[in-house]
Design a protein around this ligand. Structure first.
Ligand code: ATP
Length: 364
């Protein structure tokens, strides 16, 4: 057994060089991804980037065209061949539109995959999961009597009941309303961690991915752009796309001089870029710290507020920043909601450099 075999064996799921084409449309363009036992990995990306297709390949629902899929170190699919059929993989599936069995009660739906257990135990395990997902009161109900969100929770419980070594979840919370979603995410994460199932979860929602994931794989146009912990993607984005995917940003351009770029907010370190090259600077609205300043009204050449809106927890502030050498920029800041300055208010701006990202201009 070689070292690389051992490394693969430690992974619950390994995808290697996976490619997929529908007609002439290549939607997965060479993806490598590993999921360790007990780990939750979120496949995050905009609509149409190939997330669902990749999940369906991992599940064996899509015949593999190129690459390899391994489960616990055993190759389960190579191009054109499924060595292990989907139903024999001990993989739990819950998809956005997972249909429940209409003629079975909620309890029977969840107990369906537990035929190997004595009936008392089947019932107990199904009731336990339904309780954990807030569906205890519906055990004897039939699917057509449930709301979309309730059906989704039953589908999740059904997928989790056999305690699969791998869970594949495609937008499993999409039918839940915002308030319930937070709770069910929390409950689901708790169950997943308790069972120790490795999980691949597809979502287009960055906040959901950050909440659920040990690691996020961010996809664009059939490729994984960056894989890492939520903190790594948020705080050390490898590409401008990663920055913009997690929220709106201010963008400035400048030239690297002496390893720095001069901006209306002061100098920004760009020492890793070639001297004289063009830099693309991305600044999160939260990076701007604003302080009102007592200045006479004629000081309008100082940084000032253009517009301020209270949005609840935060305020959005459009501002005009004036820097050294007559540099000027219109930017937006997001500050705690209690701070709501007047239009025209002179301000001092402090920059939190940990939320400023510098890329070569061509990377944009
Ligand atoms: P969403 O978040 O909108 O579900 P996604 O990232 O999951 O998007 P996929 O569903 O994997 O994306 O689709 C990727 C691309 O492949 C899309 O352009 C889609 O139209 C195309 N596609 C998906 N399934 C098929 C199919 N069975 N036949 C032809 N094209 C398909």
């Amino acid at each position: 057994v070689s070292l690389s075999d051992l490394a693969t064996h430690a992974q619950t799921l390994s995808l290697r060089g996976v490619q997929h084409t529908f007609a002439a449309n290549q939607v997965v363009k060479g993806v490598d991804l590993d999921i360790a036992p007990g780990e939750v990995v979120c496949l995050l990306g905009p609509s149409g980037c190939g997330k669902t297709t990749l999940l369906r390949i991992a599940a064996g629902l899509e015949v593999l065209q190129k690459g390899e899929v391994s489960l616990e170190g055993v190759s389960i699919a190579t191009p054109g061949k499924r060595h292990v059929p989907p139903e024999k993989r001990n993989v739990g599936l819950a998809f956005q539109d997972s249909a429940l069995f209409p003629h079975l009660s909620v309890l029977e739906n969840v107990a369906f995959g537990l035929k190997h257990l004595p009936s008392q135990q089947r019932r107990e395990r199904a009731v336990e999961l339904l309780t954990q997902l807030g569906m205890r009161d519906y055990v004897d109900t039939y699917p057509h009597m449930l709301s979309g969100g309730q059906q989704q929770r039953v589908a999740l419980a059904r997928a989790l009941a056999p305690r699969p070594r791998l869970m594949l979840l495609d937008e499993p919370f999409s039918s839940l309303d915002a308030r319930l979603r937070d709770r069910i995410r929390d409950d689901t994460l708790h169950v997943l961690k308790k069972l120790g199932s490795a999980t691949l979860l597809v979502t287009h929602d960055p906040e959901e991915a950050m909440f659920m994931a040990d690691r996020i794989a961010l996809m664009r146009d059939g490729k994984i752009i960056q894989t890492g912990t939520p903190r790594e993607l948020y705080c050390a984005p490898s590409d401008p796309f990663v920055v913009t995917f997690f929220g709106d940003v201010n963008e400035l351009n400048g030239t690297v001089k002496g390893g720095k770029v001069q901006t209306p907010l002061g100098v920004v370190d760009a020492s890793w870029l070639p001297e004289g090259s063009d830099a693309h600077i991305m600044i999160r609205p939260e990076a701007l710290r604003i302080q009102a300043r007592d200045l006479p009204a004629e000081a309008h050449s100082h940084s000032h507020v253009v517009m301020a809106k209270l949005l609840g927890r935060t305020s959005l502030i459009h501002l005009c920043a004036h820097g050294e050498g007559g540099l000027e920029a219109h930017l937006h800041a997001r500050v705690p909601g209690v701070f709501l300055p007047q239009e025209g208010q002179p301000i001092d701006i402090d920059l939190d450099h940990s939320q400023v990202f510098v890329f070569p201009s061509s990377a944009h």
